[in-house]
Design a protein around this ligand. Structure first.
Ligand SMILES: Cc1cc2nc3c(=O)[nH]c(=O)nc-3n(C[C@H](O)[C@H](O)[C@H](O)COP(=O)(O)OP(=O)(O)OC[C@H]3O[C@@H](n4cnc5c(N)ncnc54)[C@H](O)[C@@H]3O)c2cc1C
Length: 281
């Protein structure tokens, strides 16, 4: 097997450009499963583990930029990410178990594009921006634009994820919740996942709200209809029920090996109602 070990992002891009069939390897937690199934036979590996510039978390006045090779464990320890982006921290703490969190990277989670990627609902409500580097230069896309379907991204040939940027939200949420529903409390692939941020005004009406679900559809979904419905409305049981009824306007739950459509829909509506009913000024 051919393994190339670039030291910089530019070298990694060049290595992929030379051999478009080569596979980038970050923590390997997804890739090694494919290897065991023979999916990598005959393909060269571009090992990213020495690309130190993509292993950093950088804080500026407007955002936090998480290098693609930062692991789920490192995200959980970072003081600014913990304070300002707690839903991402909670999601990273539910990825597999400690061994997977120690090796698995945020960039690998996004590039793998599983419908059940735990980081995606938080990345959606924090309106993350994905920084890509490729033979045609660098570009940025929103977290929604990077996903094309189940295990498919819109990364162009030879392109790599260099970082995921989290802009500081312009408001401080009154309520912030991440929930993952799986078969077990640990080491479970989710059936549904929810992330919500909400700010109430003094009069109890909704000033700002961002809602996202993962594992319900091939890609993560923001609940734009429910967000529009809730904004400016007094948050009572009727408003929560109205928002839950709008869930299927934005996301039509799938049936698959992990769960049925009906279970997913019911559990997701319950997560949303509990989130809204728990909001207090
Ligand atoms: C036992 C087990 C349990 C798991 N549990 C969970 C879970 O609960 N939740 C969850 O979300 N995931 C889970 N996973 C999946 C996996 O651990 C995560 O998706 C992890 O974040 C992948 O990161 P990695 O660095 O290991 O990626 P790798 O395996 O190295 O790569 C994954 C894919 O992304 C590509 N890639 C990696 N880095 C880049 C980059 N910078 N640019 C472009 N392409 C890139 C690779 O070529 C490959 O196709 C689990 C995996 C295992 C084996």
């Amino acid at each position: 097997m051919t393994v190339v070990s670039p030291r910089t992002g530019a070298e990694a891009v060049r290595a992929l450009a030379k051999d478009p069939k080569a596979v980038p390897l970050a923590g390997g937690t997804d890739l090694m499963v494919g290897w065991n199934m023979g999916l990598l036979n005959g393909r060269a590996i571009v090992d990213l583990s020495r690309v130190t510039e993509w292993q950093k978390i950088t804080v500026s006045r407007r955002s936090v930029v998480i290098g693609s090779l930062v692991t789920h464990s490192e995200i959980q320890k970072h003081p600014v990410v913990r304070t300002r982006f707690p839903l991402l921290v909670q999601a990273c703490a539910t990825v597999g178990a400690a061994q997977i969190q120690n090796r698995g990277t945020l960039g690998g989670n996004v590039a793998n594009a599983s419908p059940a990627g735990d980081s995606f609902p938080p990345l959606a409500v924090y309106e993350a921006i994905v920084h890509c580097a490729g033979p045609g230069g660098n570009r940025v896309v929103s977290i929604h634009e990077i996903f094309a379907g189940v295990k498919r991204t819109t990364l162009r040939p030879g392109e790599l994820i260099e970082a995921i940027e989290l802009p500081f939200p312009p408001w401080v949420p009154t309520r912030a919740v991440f929930r993952k529903v799986g078969t077990r409390a640990a080491q479970a692939i989710s059936k549904t996942m929810f992330a919500g941020l909400l700010r109430l005004k003094k009069d109890g009406t909704v000033a700002d709200v961002r809602l996202a679900f993962g594992s319900l559809a091939p890609t993560v979904k923001r609940l734009r209809s429910a967000e529009r419905f809730l904004t400016g409305r007094r948050l009572d049981a009727a408003a929560a029920g109205g928002a839950a009824a709008l869930l299927i306007d934005d996301v039509s739950p799938i049936d698959d090996v992990r769960s049925t459509r009906d279970y997913r829909l019911e559990a997701s509506r319950n997560l949303l109602v509990r989130f809204l009913e728990g909001a207090k000024r």
